[in-house]
Design a protein around this ligand. Structure first.
Ligand SMILES: C[S@@+](CC[C@H](N)C(=O)[O-])C[C@H]1O[C@@H](n2cnc3c(N)ncnc32)[C@H](O)[C@@H]1O
Length: 300
C-alpha cells in the first residue's frame, strides 16, 4: 500500500501475505506517481532482481505471496522512489552481455558505452590487429566494463586499467575475477596513464566529461548516485581528454585511441587530439543517434 510520509514522500510497505502481482501493481503505480521514466519496466526488473527470478518466473509466481521477501521488496521499492537506479539497488548491471558488480564507488555503466566497445573492436579488426597479443589501456576504468569486455572479446590481449579512485579499482578487479580475466589485467591507481609504461596498441577511455556547472541540473539518478569523480570534466568538460591527449603523445607509435564523448563533444575532442598528432579514424552513434565514440590513430 502506498502512503505519504511526514515530508510528503511516497512510501511503500508490503506484508508477507501480499502477492507478487499486488506488489508489482503497487510499485508500478507508485513509480508512475513519482514521475520515474520507465515505471513499468523498473518495477518488473526490480521485483525480478529482488526475488531472484526471471521474467517468465515473475509471471508464473504472480499469485504467490511475498513471504519473507516482503521486507526487501519494500526497501528496494522505497530506494527506487528516492530515485536510486535499479542497477544500484540490485548491485549489478548487464553490459555487452556480461554481468558486472556495481557499487556506490563506480559510475553505473550506461548502455551507450557499448558504442566504445563496438568501435574499439572495429578498429582492432580494420588495423589488422585481430588475433594478435595486443596491449590495451583503459583510463578511468570505474567498474572495469571497457577493459573487461575487450579482454573477454580478445582472448590474446592483455591490459592495464587505471583510475584515480582505488575503491573503483577494487570493483573493477572483482569484475575481472568473476569473468576469469584478472590474470591479464594490471590495475593501477593513478591519474591518466602516469607510471603505466608507453607501449600500448590501443587506449580506450570513458572519462568524466560533464561540464562542472551542469552537474547540479542533472537527473537525481545521476547527480545523487554516480560518484562526482566519474562526472566532473572541469569547466568545459574536457579536462581529462586533455590529460589523455598529453599521455598519448608520450606513447610509442602507432597507437589507436577510442574514447566515449558527450553528445556535443566529438569535434572538440578530435581537435584536442589532432593537436597531439592524431588523425580521426571513425565515429560511432549511440542509441539516441548522437556521436558517442570517436576513434583516432597516432602514427610514427
Ligand atoms: C565516467 S566514469 C567511467 C567508468 C567506466 N569506464 C564506465 O565506462 O562505466 C570515469 C572514471 O574515471 C575516473 N577518473 C576521473 N578522473 C581521472 C583521471 N584523471 N585519471 C584516471 N581516472 C580518472 C573516475 O574515478 C571514474 O571511475
Amino acid at each position: 500500500m502506498p502512503s505519504r510520509g511526514a515530508e510528503e514522500s511516497l512510501l511503500l510497505h508490503f506484508w508477507p501475505e501480499q502477492s507478487v502481482a499486488e506488489a508489482l501493481a503497487a510499485m508500478t503505480r507508485a513509480f508512475t506517481q513519482e514521475g520515474l521514466d520507465s515505471p513499468k519496466r523498473d518495477a518488473r526488473f526490480l521485483l525480478q532482481g529482488l526475488l531472484g527470478i526471471d521474467g517468465a518466473q515473475l509471471l508464473s509466481a504472480s499469485t504467490r505471496s511475498l513471504g519473507e521477501a516482503a521486507a526487501i521488496v519494500s526497501e528496494g521499492a522505497n530506494r527506487r522512489l528516492a530515485h536510486e537506479p535499479v542497477s544500484r539497488i540490485l548491485g549489478r548491471r548487464e553490459f555487452y552481455g556480461r554481468e558486472f558488480i556495481v557499487t556506490p564507488d563506480v559510475l553505473d555503466p550506461r548502455p551507450d558505452t557499448e558504442a566504445v566497445v563496438d568501435l574499439a573492436l572495429e578498429v582492432v579488426k580494420s588495423s589488422g590487429l585481430a588475433g594478435r597479443a595486443l596491449t590495451i589501456a583503459d583510463i578511468g576504468t570505474g567498474s572495469g566494463i571497457l577493459i573487461c569486455t575487450l579482454l573477454a572479446e580478445l582472448p590474446d590481449a592483455t591490459g592495464v586499467a587505471t583510475d584515480v579512485s582505488p575503491a573503483a579499482l577494487d570493483v573493477a578487479r572483482r569484475n575481472a575475477v568473476n569473468l576469469g580475466i584478472a590474470d591479464r589485467i594490471r590495475f593501477i591507481a593513478t591519474s591518466g596513464l602516469s607510471s603505466c609504461g608507453n607501449t600500448f596498441d590501443l587506449v580506450v577511455s570513458n572519462p568524466p566529461y560533464i561540464v562542472r556547472d551542469e552537474i547540479a541540473g542533472l537527473d537525481r539518478e545521476v547527480k545523487d548516485y554516480d560518484p562526482l569523480l566519474a562526472l566532473d570534466g572541469g569547466a568545459d568538460g574536457l579536462d581529462v581528454y586533455r590529460e589523455i591527449a598529453r599521455n598519448t603523445l608520450e606513447l610509442l607509435r602507432p597507437v589507436r585511441v577510442v574514447l566515449e564523448v558527450g553528445s556535443t563533444q566529438a569535434e572538440a575532442v578530435e581537435g584536442l587530439f589532432a593537436a597531439a598528432g592524431a588523425r580521426p579514424l571513425a565515429r560511432r552513434l549511440d542509441l539516441g543517434g548522437h556521436t558517442r565514440a570517436v576513434a583516432m590513430e597516432i602514427h610514427l
